[in-house]
Design a protein around this ligand. Structure first.
Ligand SMILES: *[C@@H]1O[C@H](CO)[C@@H](O)[C@H](O)[C@H]1NC(C)=O
Length: 262
């Protein structure tokens, strides 16, 4: 990981290469980018979000291919005024198309301690995990013409920025700059993934070989226990689901909304 933005006021903590402090103040946000790019794998990060008054800030941990028709898999953490809960937003873009937000209220205080946020991505599905609990799955229904990210390698990014134009109640709550700097801490970045080194990687990375363990059959579907856990978290903690937002899509819901999600 290296800073690709705002390095002048952020810092790598001394305890390890991957311990990073992301800072947002009135001069700038900041962000990091992985050195390599990857096609499928498991991407883990421990994150402790901005404590106190964080309204209008967004901290993000995501994979992105960049480019015009980009693929992207997101965790975004929308700050809130002091004492009010964060929103954990997940999203996925395929060939430039996003708009697949699902949001959750954390069932813990994400600012009090580090929590594990993992993206598991293989040819069968993408799974978002929070502290080893799967909260969302996006399955590959490519053979039913629903796009799936499997042709473009992605890099891993983290960032913090000012999103007070939209993040808090549609932009009604502004960042209180007297509370700056806003600091999010990231630790123990762990990538176990297929490193991309050119077009031949597209086949190599998709093969269910032992080095690509994340593509092997046990990882192509949630276990019974995982899907039960996910159902209960989604029942208790999901606060927005694009697949239920009929007005937004004028009742022309995205194709995957009609499919079993896992
Ligand atoms: C902030 O907290 C309020 C009250 O609990 C909640 O309605 C709102 O969705 C929260 N905002 C964000 C951005 O999470």
């Amino acid at each position: 990981m290296h800073f690709n933005w705002g390095a002048q006021h952020s810092e790598a903590l001394g305890t390890g290469d991957d311990d990073v402090t992301l800072v947002l103040d009135q001069t700038s946000g900041s962000g990091t980018e992985s050195n390599g790019s990857f096609l499928f794998g498991s991407f883990e990060m421990l994150i402790k979000l901005v404590p106190g008054d964080s309204a209008g800030t967004v901290t993000a941990y995501y994979l992105s291919s960049g480019g015009e028709k980009h693929d992207e898999i997101d965790f975004e953490f929308l700050g809130n005024i002091s004492g009010q809960p964060y929103t954990i937003q997940t999203n996925i873009f395929t060939r430039g198309g996003g708009g697949r937000e699902q949001q959750f209220k954390p069932w813990f205080d994400p600012t009090a301690d580090f929590h594990n946020y993992t993206i598991h991505w293989n040819p069968s599905h993408v799974v978002w995990y929070v502290d080893n609990i799967s909260i969302r799955v996006y399955r590959n229904y490519e053979n039913e013409t629903i796009p799936y990210p499997n042709q473009q390698a992605m890099r891993v990014y983290s960032s913090i920025w000012n999103a007070d134009s939209w993040a808090t109640r549609g932009g009604l709550v502004k960042i209180v700059w007297t509370k700056a700097p806003f600091v999010a801490r990231l630790r123990r970045f762990r990538v176990r993934a297929c490193e991309y080194d050119g077009p031949l990687s597209i086949n190599r990375c998709a093969e269910p070989t032992p080095p690509n363990w994340w593509t092997s059959p046990p990882y192509s579907q949630l276990t019974f226990v995982e899907s039960n856990q996910m159902n209960s978290i989604r029942n208790d903690s999901m606060i927005y689901d694009y697949c239920k937002d009929f007005n937004r899509f004028n009742r022309l819901m995205p194709g995957e909304c009609f499919k079993p999600q896992y």
